[in-house]
Design a protein around this ligand. Sequence first.
Ligand code: FE
Length: 341
Amino acid sequence: MRRGLRYSLLSLLILLVACAEPEQPAPELLVYSARKEHLIKPLFDRFTEQTGVVVRYVTDKAGPLLTRLQAEGENSPADLLMTVDAGNLWQATEVGVLQPVESAILNSNVPKHLRGRDNSWFSLTIRARTMVYNTDTLSASDLSTYEALAQPEWAGRLCLRTSKKVYNQSLVATMIATLGEEQAEQVVAGWVDNLALDPFSNDTKVMEAVALEQCEVGIVNTYYYGRLKKQKPEIPLALFWPNQQGEGAQGRGVHVNVSGVGITRASQNKVLAQQLIEWLTTPEAQRMLMDLNQEYPVNPGVEMNAELQAWGLFKGDQIDVSEAGRLQAAAVKLMDRVGYR
Ligand code: FE
């Protein structure tokens, strides 16, 4: 009886203490994101459901976000920077707005060549920049390597997106890393000679020109192909995976780039920020990322979804994607020299 009373008094005391405790605000993270809201919100909502951590975000283009982080310096309210393209992530590391993270989970979920060299950023998805061709005028056996598209037989048959886009700067930068500057320049000059039309402002326009037989082959990121095929299933286009066979540069694999994320140097919430990055590399989040934009999972343990499988398996270039950043300026100059606009 007395024992029962003591327990009730104790519970009452605990209740009173609990009530007296001021309510803790939910922990929060702020992400600067160059990825659009519809591609990140479902992920952040799910993370909040599971952890109670609220994720707020500001979306803008990669350049302005980076400038803002630099201007804010140590006072930046941002905990994480999320963006696309290894060139942009490399740039963020160069200007010192990110901080390294040591995490066994990330080291196991993200292959080494898809992380920043000092572990200050981690890829979340892989984006393949490959060939798309007109299935009425070409067959897969007509195609082989990125370099082959520089041959005179392709004169007037190639379409490309503008060299101003970082995707092409990264493609050319990795070609410089692999082929050497001189050979890379010959290839890009050959592409320019073979252009059927002036470079386009985006990948979808490249594919539409290929479909209209204004040219026969182009180089695009696969998720744009996925989007266009969804809208126009009958469009006479197919993907081709170049550089799959042979030794050395010839068989290096498809050019891959990434989207990724890093913790800002200014972050006061490093533990939570790391938890979010780790969660984004888990199978559940990787599947969400894959289904949201048809990009490839970075975690090698995650199986591709049905649509990606239907596009076929391919070997991706294993080059350290940071090379895309290191050689970006050289790539821009090279493209300028050969008149690739
Ligand atoms: Fe894109």
